[in-house]
Design a protein around this ligand. Sequence first.
Ligand code: SF4
Length: 374
Amino acid sequence: MAGIYIHIPFCKTRCTYCDFYTLTNESQRDAFVDALCKEAEMRKEELPEPVKTIYFGGGTPSRLHQDQFEQIFDTLFNQYTIDANPEITVEANPDDLSDDYIRMLAKLPINRLSLGIQSFDDEELKFLSRRHSALQAIEAVRKCQEQGFGNISIDLMYGLPSQTLEIWERNLDQAIVLNIQHISAYHLIYEEKTRMYSLLKAGKIQQVDETISTAMFSKLIDRLTADDFIHYEISAFGKEGRFSRHNSAYWTGDSYLGLGPAAHSFDGNNRSWNVASLNRYIQIMTSGLPERVTEQLKYHEKYNEYILTGLRTMWGINLTELKNKFGEQFFQFCMENAQKYLDQKLLTREGETLKLTRKGIFISDGIMSDLMRV
Ligand code: SF4
């Protein structure tokens, strides 16, 4: 399985918590799309075919115009063998989704939308510097459904400084009544160099209490699983048959090609990433000599990846596969370190599968790091 990730590095304005590589000056959109198509042409030999998933992320892909999407799709469909039934996702922000824009998206080969909603509470949206209101978000989902999009994911955020459990529950209730297929929910992280981080450091806001955080995560799991969402990855919930195929492929170690500035690629052995500068990216692609930083994964790093990505999912780690891939020594290391968590019922072994229990999910970072090798 192989996937293509496309990083669209433009946003209309910047959200206070975000540290992704993105620019609010959109004047170079055409030059960027030309460079991106050039990169797609130059790197086509790197990816095993057929391509099964294409994911437009960013940034804000819904800042692209119709002709820019068409140029990208023409290049991809001409240069790559695309699976007969690909998953093609576009991330979009509710404020970009006018009737005309959604109609335009519906005519393109896009079959999955991921909407950056984050909250259905206007105060929270303002705090996060999102550009949309709760009503706009609800309307955006409804309009996308009317235009035939039957595979919609939304992002939600919890653990905000003044968020109460009641507000979080209201957000979840609102998400559920929208009849969408997928929800990704993330705890607010204070990334360095963001405005949110500066506010925290200046004492103007305070991190949410850990007990509330845990209660929110617990509520998230209970509320969504009661409504037939399957908790298939720590932050991801999907209806049956509606899991993100693109992200699932990351978690099972498949190859992917990342196009665009700051995009990461993985070929099974090496990670590489493009320069995080739009100007430099355009220069490099125009010169026809793409340069990337490449890092070959060491043996123990591959094992660590295997542990990390496997345990994040409901499928866990297959112990026979672990032994076959990494040998008896790594297998023993894993099992010896897993034992205390098995005893505490934070991990469970079912046949050849090792996975987190419901209790274990809450301290997954600690468990995963104990099972990794340095
Ligand atoms: S969160 Fe999304 S919309 Fe906001 S600045 Fe980051 S990439 Fe742009």
